[in-house]
Design a protein around this ligand. Structure first.
Ligand code: TXE
Length: 483
């Protein structure tokens, strides 16, 4: 049994009320631990600790702060095996994915911001002809809130916490109640790395209880959130009247647009990943595949045959897909597959629960490809967030741009073509925060990351994140031109 505790003011403790939640292993469907079900009183305690720690933390020299963040990055790397096991067990993702993507990226997040904070600067504006100069200070905001989801637990948790700490803030953070273990293990590593007590506080519990208390707190002045669009809209409604800074990283329904002139083999390999990595539970997955008609039948045949060969099974083994996050989530995905059939979609492969002999109660699903005939049908418009993609042909650029832009989301898009002019045209016209041409999930941590429309507001990554976690203050000095 894995017992998760809150980490407040450098201490590990249960929820003040004593309430707990069960932690379920998606691969087996078994309860394998408990976590605190915290509420507003725990958040208040975490806030007090963070407020207390802020004065000293904001004054640490950049070198000291950077050194601590580097140490955390090193410790994550040293504990890769243990963290990857925990992540895979908690979320159902293949252990190989946790080892090669999730945990290395968590370490990179700290390493990146350990360095970035030493390179961050602000602007000066000389107001020529007026004998005055302006310069901008960028101060940490104070106590900030970070709320993260279950799909890439430690990866996304650290993607928020690292820049928040780097900028000199202290943090009250909440991991998803479905995947709390790696954040708990991270707390131990932060302690080992010498992060002072109260600088990072990790409080567990459900969204409506612990999460809501962070958003409601009048003195937590910035919230960085990644999760569902409906939750993001709710958080925005609560936070706006308190004028909190908000970074909202929400859902996606990303198009994967394939032209006949693409590098076919590379496209096919990458499209398998962009469709089904992490059981399709990545906000950047390309869940709507549009293929230029001359290539359509060839792609359909090859893709479906490759998808049918993907191995679904226990995450600890050499599998392509593990379990989805929960029973409810699996049911939601199955409901969408049923809806697709009602809407006239044709299931080309998959479409059912996958049977895994070792774990009959685990939450497994077959990777599923659905051919649709209307880009406006609900399965093509709504975020499913599972191992399900749709397939549709197109004839013209204008037509596929219109189809790609027809959803309320706008997080990312992939385009496969060898035509540079076309890449530029799509770059201009696609309504998306990120466009990958002839690649997918190719990340440089310096670049702005985020979406448009219902995919959120604000950008994470690089100096964008350090700007989000700081408050600019302009100072204007007027000087006498002569003695
Ligand atoms: O996310 P929630 P859920 C999408 C995906 C999925 C859907 C719902 O489509 O099916 O969202 O997933 C916390 N105040 N994505 O229900 O509820 C919650 O505890 C403050 C896309 O799991 O948004 C968790 O820590 N916090 C996404 C976090 O918000 C609240 C990744 C996300 O949970 C809260 C995950 C509240 N009122 C789901 N309610 C992506 N963009 O990658 C919940 N939370």
């Amino acid at each position: 049994m894995t017992q998760v505790l809150n980490y407040i003011n450098g201490q590990f403790q249960p929820a003040l009320s004593g309430a707990t939640l069960e932690n379920i292993e998606p691969a087996t469907g078994n309860v394998y631990g408990h976590l605190p079900q915290s509420d507003a009183q725990d958040i208040e305690q975490a806030y007090d600790a963070a407020k207390q720690a802020f004065g000293a933390w904001r004054q640490t020299t950049l070198e000291q702060r950077s050194a601590i963040l580097y140490r955390i990055a090193d410790l994550i790397e040293e504990n890769l095996e243990k963290l990857a096991q925990a992540e895979s067990c908690d979320s159902g993702k293949p252990l190989s994915l946790a080892k090669t993507v999730d945990i290395p990226r968590a370490s990179s997040n700290f390493r990146f911001f350990a360095h970035a904070l030493t390179q961050f600067s602000s602007e000066a504006h000389e107001s020529v002809g007026t004998n005055s100069i302006n310069f901008t200070l960028r101060h940490p905001i104070g106590v900030v809130g970070c709320i993260s989801p279950w799909n890439l637990p430690l990866y996304l948790f650290t993607w928020k916490i690292a820049p928040a700490l780097a900028a000199g803030n202290t943090v009250v953070a909440k991991p998803s109640e479905l995947t709390p273990v790696t954040a708990f293990l991270l707390a131990e590593l932060c302690q080992k790395a010498g992060l002072p007590a109260g600088v990072l506080n990790i409080v567990n519990g459900t969204g409506p209880s612990a999460g809501q208390a962070i958003v409601d707190h009048p003195n937590i002045k910035a919230i960085s959130f990644t999760g569902g669009t409906a939750t993001g809209a709710h958080i925005a409604r609560v936070a706006a009247p308190m004028f909190k800074k908000l970074s909202l990283e929400l859902g996606g329904k990303n198009p994967n647009i394939i032209f006949a002139d693409c590098a076919y083999d590379r496209m096919l390999e990458t499209t398998l990943k962009s469709s089904f990595a992490n059981q399709g539970q990545i906000c950047l997955c390309g869940s709507r595949i549009f293929v230029e008609r001359p290539l359509y039948e060839r792609f359909k045949k090859d893709f479906v045959s490759r998808v049918a060969q993907l191995r679904v099974g226990p995450p600890s083994e050499a599998v392509d897909l593990g379990a989805v996050i929960s029973k409810d989530h699996r049911q939601k995905i199955l409901d969408y597959i049923a809806l697709a059939q009602k809407e006239g979609g044709n299931i080309l492969t998959g479409g059912k629960e996958a049977t895994v002999e070792e774990h009959p109660q685990g939450y497994y699903l077959q990777p599923t490809v659905i051919e649709v005939n209307d880009h406006l049908c609900r399965v093509n418009q709504e975020e499913i967030f599972g191992p399900v993609v749709t397939l549709m042909p197109f004839d013209h650029e204008e037509e596929v741009i219109e189809m790609a832009n027809s959803v309320t989301y706008g997080l990312s898009a992939s385009l496969w073509t060898s035509n540079l002019d076309r890449s530029m045209r799509f770059g201009q016209q696609l309504e998306t925060g990120i466009l990958w041409v002839n690649t997918w999930l190719n990340r440089d941590l310096r670049t702005p990351f985020g979406g448009v429309k219902s995919s959120g507001v604000g950008r994470e990554g690089g100096f964008e994140a350090l700007r989000f976690f700081t408050e600019p203050k302009n100072i204007c000095i007027s000087y006498a031109p002569k003695i």
